[in-house]
Design a protein around this ligand. Structure first.
Ligand code: ZN
Length: 251
């Protein structure tokens, strides 16, 4: 009986060893999770890969611009998109290579979190600027940047102190500006915006799964890249290609 069970037990302990060598134990709530070497490499690679495409994508939108507002939107969006991937890659590289420079790592960790707010504001900007909006909704053009600045100040003062609040702030910043859809006459691209937003929301599950799922943070990065890719496609297709370009008079 015992000899029959043994190979199965051995196999399962071997496979769980293989599984767990890619992941460390979950960190206590007041500490940051320490990724394994494999996870560090994956965290760097999954965002570094998108730096060049995001810069090229921003330039492409700028070149497709027909007026000043399209140029400004392309600049802001391209800057937000590429900053997200650049700052994330720099932070993860510093955190991997460790360092005697703990304060530098901490500073970049804060920047990594702050840039998410600006990335969300930048992602909304082309829609808020280039689409016709109702009178109250038009204010969202500057409200998103005030929200991003508020989020940045929050990270500066309370970084890693109240993780649940931090998550609620990101979700609020991501969802609240979408209310302008209610006053948007032209709603083309809405489906892509929802699917892209869904990628971010699904990704949050992995963002919160360090030490539970191997490579959880790298998987979160991939969901971010997928969401950003879908949103880029929607901006390019519905706001910058000649056939679908809005004929706004309100700008
Ligand atoms: Zn990251």
């Amino acid at each position: 009986m015992v000899s029959m069970k043994f190979p199965t037990e051995k196999m399962s302990s071997e496979s769980s060893f293989l599984f767990f060598r890619f992941m460390n134990n979950r960190a206590p709530s007041n500490k940051r999770y320490q990724p394994t070497e494999y996870e560090h490499a994956a965290n760097c690679a999954t965002h570094a890969l998108w730096i060049i495409p995001s810069i090229v994508g921003g330039i492409l939108l700028y070149l497709l611009s027909d007026d000043h507002w399209e140029e400004i939107s392309a600049w802001l969006y391209g800057a937000g998109l590429s900053s997200l991937f650049i700052i994330s890659t720099v932070f993860h590289t510093i955190s991997w290579k460790k360092s005697h420079l703990r304060s530098v790592e901490n500073c970049f960790h804060m920047c990594d979190r702050m840039v998410i707010y600006f990335f969300i504001a930048a992602s909304y900007t082309p829609w808020l600027t280039l689409r016709d909006l109702g009178p109250w909704a038009a204010n969202m053009r500057w409200v998103v940047w005030v929200m991003a600045s508020g989020g940045t100040a929050y990270v500066f003062f309370f970084h890693e102190r109240f993780k649940a609040v931090e998550l609620i702030c990101y979700v609020a910043m991501g969802v609240f500006p979408a209310l302008v859809i209610l006053s948007m006459a032209d709603r083309s691209g809405l489906c892509e915006l929802l699917v892209g937003g869904g990628c971010y929301v699904l990704g949050i599950v992995f963002f919160k799964s360090d030490g539970i799922v191997p490579f959880a943070h790298a998987i979160w990065h991939l969901f971010v890249a997928m969401g950003a890719g879908i949103h880029y496609y929607a901006i390019w297709k519905y706001l910058y290609t000649p056939v679908n370009q809005p004929t706004s008079t309100a700008r």
